[in-house]
Design a protein around this ligand. Structure first.
Ligand code: GCV
Length: 648
């Protein structure tokens, strides 16, 4: 494991180096002076006011920072009132106080001085979680930032880096994290056994100091693989008893544990279907085992048949999650949270919003996003996901007359983490915006992607106006550019199988994963009225998506099968859009590289060189995408580019 790491946005710099007066921190005894909130304030003020005399207490001081806990606030809520002479931060608990302190520090760092402000804030989503796909051997599934900093050769590591990570997450508002892969393999199966308890307890204590609940991904068949039972049938009394004992043991060794994350009946992970049971049977059995300790079960809705026959046009993977879980609405215990991917397939660059968000009316649901850029350029390409995440949160599910946006219907959001042991944590510095921004967006979704990026850029790179403008432009245009040169119009799945990097338009076409575009010489796309998928949405979404005249262009080929000559709302034909978007997307990548070069000397050398190297690869890859996808559709359709460009 690489032990060297950047402090990222928590690198406090002097704010007023000439201030030599006294700065006092005041807090009543109900505030923990050793707690994270007060400690963070001390760390920050010591760096920001390097010449000041920092004291605790009530005696006179030029700057006064008061911390308090107020019963009138909710647990994670806080209030700040501040001016040039200091601030008063009140939290509903130590956790709320911590969020308030971080917010206050963010504001003064962005402003560059002790500003006047008044703010009262509570997080919009109660659960704000990161899912790590780290394996016990130290590798990371779909990891593009080096190796795990949680695991090494089967051991769980808790060190300074872990503590800094927890701080980073807390400062972005994250309050839960699952540290191991949902595909529970190798030594990770035994994470819930005694040999791991001491380290789990240490990790959980560090996390909980920063307001983060530790979750563990568990193997549904653990009663067999760990316990030596003959069955993991959720309705079998021995299975249920085994989990109850396991939970009792685990929670007494790791009292601050949040609960379990479960991938069941999915891509080789065992689940209740093996015993003829449903997913409510499976989830509730675990939920009852952890309930006495306040634990929760995060149960994934990513369930589909991954051994499909490509000749079978009636089975549609997009319908699978809905068909599995919609009939179970209302059957889950209250400490089960159903974690639903943002779209019905699998984190493609563009997918419709999952219909389960509208459908599940009596179940706690969390939206799942993927910050690890599996299908969006693997952190070699710049792809800022914040506009997409926000669009999903604000999507109107039309499932009831009011409060029907995804945001109103979910109790949390989780994201597959994009971190690893690389120096900058996310392989590419710019991918750090996704990590920071995800947390901030779940906390204060009224902030736009631009607002959040603006604050992240200032905290991470300082106040250079050219840096700010350039990074803002690149990041805000990056998702569209990536979509343009890879898979426009909602097509998806044009990538190479397994690695999911680079173009291979037929790579998934004759495979077992249910991932087809069915392009032939005349037409492209899937008619999802025929598969029954559009009917999973309520009116008027159902009608909107069913009709080629009303379906939004960016999702047309997801929902409809159309001839290449079909005219889009943009006025272009489908084939011309495919050609144009690939040329335009590539040109955007060229522009990103050009703009980046102008930042030479304005960014830290390491950051600049890392970005340059990655943009070089982005350009090479974008050109490959452009040429292969255009050649593929040109050869198939026989239609020339109106603009006469070379299509190969
Ligand atoms: C952890 C996709 C990825 C898998 C991942 C899976 C999931 O299929 O390719 O690596 O497995 O999603 O979300 O469970």
């Amino acid at each position: 494991m690489n032990k060297e790491y950047s402090k990222l946005w928590l690198d406090y710099r002097p704010l007023d180096p000439r201030f030599t007066g006294r700065a006092a921190i005041r807090c009543p005894s109900r505030v923990d002076r050793q707690g994270a909130a007060v400690k963070e304030l001390i760390t920050a003020l010591s760096a920001m006011l390097p010449a000041a005399e920092l004291t605790f207490g009530a005696d006179s001081a030029a700057l006064i920072f008061e911390c308090d806990i107020g019963d009138f606030l909710a647990e994670e809520e806080y209030m700040i009132s501040a001016d040039e002479r200091g601030a008063s931060v009140i939290g509903g608990s130590e956790k709320g106080l911590l969020y308030g302190v971080f917010d206050y520090l963010r504001m003064i760092r962005a402003a560059g001085s002790f500003v006047k402000m008044n703010k009262r804030c509570a997080p919009a989503l109660p659960l704000r979680m990161l899912d790590h796909w780290d394996n016990a051997d130290g590798t990371i599934e779909r990891g593009y930032s080096g190796d795990s900093f949680f695991f090494e050769n089967g051991r769980l590591i808790v060190d300074e880096r872990t503590e800094h990570y927890a701080r980073l997450l807390a400062s972005a508002g994250i309050n839960a994290a699952a540290v191991n892969n949902v595909n529970v393999r190798g030594d990770a199966v035994r994470l819930i056994t005694e040999e791991y308890y001491p380290e789990l307890a240490k990790l959980s204590a560090v996390f909980s100091r920063w307001g983060i609940a530790l979750y563990i991904s568990v193997d549904f068949s653990a009663p067999i693989s760990v316990g030596g039972l003959r069955t993991a049938d959720p309705l079998d009394v021995n299975t249920a008893y085994w989990w109850q004992q396991k939970a009792r043991e685990l929670f007494s060794a790791v009292p601050t544990l949040g609960g379990f994350l479960v991938k069941a009946d999915s891509e080789g992970q065992q689940g209740p279907y093996a015993y003829g049971r449903d997913h409510a049977d499976g989830a509730n059995m675990l939920a009852r085992a952890v309930k006495p300790y306040g634990g929760r079960i995060i149960w994934r809705a990513f369930v589909y048949n991954c051994a499909q026959d490509w000749r079978d046009e009636r089975t549609d993977r997009a319908c699978a999650g809905f068909k599995t879980f919609a009939p179970l609405d209302g059957h889950f215990d209250t400490n089960v949270i159903l974690q639903v991917k943002n779209g019905p397939m699998d984190f493609q660059v563009r997918e419709p919003v999952h219909p389960l968000f509208g459908e599940m009316k009596h179940t706690s649901v969390a939206a799942e996003f993927q910050l690890a850029q599996e299908y969006t350029g693997q952190q070699l390409h710049i792809c800022c996901l914040l506009p997409m995440i926000r669009e999903t949160l604000f999507f109107d599910t039309c499932s009831q007359p009011e409060h029907s946006r995804v945001l109103d219907r979910i109790s949390g959001a989780a994201a597959v983490s994009n971190t690893g042991d690389s120096f900058c944590w996310t392989g590419s510095e710019l991918a750090g915006a996704n990590l920071y921004g995800f947390g901030r967006m779940c906390f204060e979704p009224q902030l736009t992607a631009e607002d959040i990026l603006d604050e992240w850029i200032t905290l991470s790179f300082g106040n250079d106006e050219q840096v700010r403008e350039t990074l803002l432009y690149i990041l805000l245009s990056s998702h569209k550019a990536y979509e343009d040169y890879t898979a426009p119009l909602g097509m998806g799945w044009l990538c190479k199988p397994n690695t999911h990097y680079g173009p291979d338009p037929l790579g998934y076409e004759f495979d077992r994963w249910g991932t087809y575009h069915r392009a032939d010489r005349d037409a492209v796309g899937i008619d999802r009225c025929k598969t029954g998928y559009t009917s999973l949405y309520p009116s008027p979404l159902r009608e909107l998506y069913s009709d080629i005249d009303t379906c939004p262009d960016e999702l047309l080929l997801f929902f409809c099968r159309v001839p290449y000559t079909h005219i889009l709302h943009s006025g272009k034909t489908v084939i011309q859009h495919i050609y144009d978007s690939h040329f335009d997307g590539y040109e955007q990548a060229v522009e990103f590289a050009r703009l980046w070069e102008e930042l030479e000397g304005r960014l830290d050398r390491r950051v600049y060189e890392n970005g340059r190297k990655r943009l070089k690869e982005q350009l090479r890859s974008a050109r490959e995408w452009r040429d292969i996808i255009n050649a593929f559709f040109h050869r198939l359709s026989g239609i020339e580019d109106e603009k006469g460009r070379e299509l190969y």
